[in-house]
Write a new protein. Sequence first.
Length: 274
Amino acid sequence: MDTLTNFLDRYHLRTSMFYAGNFCGRSHYKSTAGVGHIHFVESGNIELKMPGKKTITIKEPSVIFLTSSEEHNLNTKPHDSVHLVCGTIDLGLQEGSQLFKGMPDCLVLSLVEFPELKDIMSLLFAEAGKNKLGAGKAINSLLEYFVILLLRHVTDHELVGQGVLAALGNKELGQLMVKLHQSPNENWTVQSMGQEIGMSRTKFSNYFKHCLGETPLQYLTHWRLNLARQLIDQGCSLKLIPGKVGYASELALSRAYQKKFNITPATYRYSLRR
């Protein structure tokens, strides 16, 4: 299994189309924590405006991808219109996903820069124009596929300098990340992680922090606790969860969980049942 698929098995992409059709005028998109925006421009001229940043004018088929939950405007000139498909993406912040960390806040890519976009845009706009049974589901599935293509593109073109995505595409760290994700219950130490990729403890620790922006044990702890939260959401027994995520006892997990989420696993489970 490749490194990105392994990660997405834990943190599922969730996208949703909210607009498709011709657009003319001005539209304002508010900042919403943990929510990014995707705008596909099939034809026409449009301006992208964000507070404190230079206006971007788009004159050819392109995609706008915003990962910063930043407010923005899309504007056309009077009597001009553009053909759009717009959607949102849950960035997974509530689940603890750091997949989009290190990516540019805003990416604008044309078909020339991102040739793989051509086929998916054709399918998106075709589905949006049909209004047939299952079109909404088909479009959301295409949006998810687009995000995977985009993640490939930014790693292949080194557009992400730090974070989980950079590590997943890293020759040295990629396979180690898969092992950490698949086996969080193992007795991992900084030394054993370093041995997996043939580095000394000190060299590995520095290298890992440089690539991800946090220490190996900080990352592993976050992964384990986020996984514990997912298991609680899925109804897993609280007695079984510590062994699945690398904690020796319920008490040890409860202390670490409360430190991160400001709530104990038992209290969190109770809140889900109310």
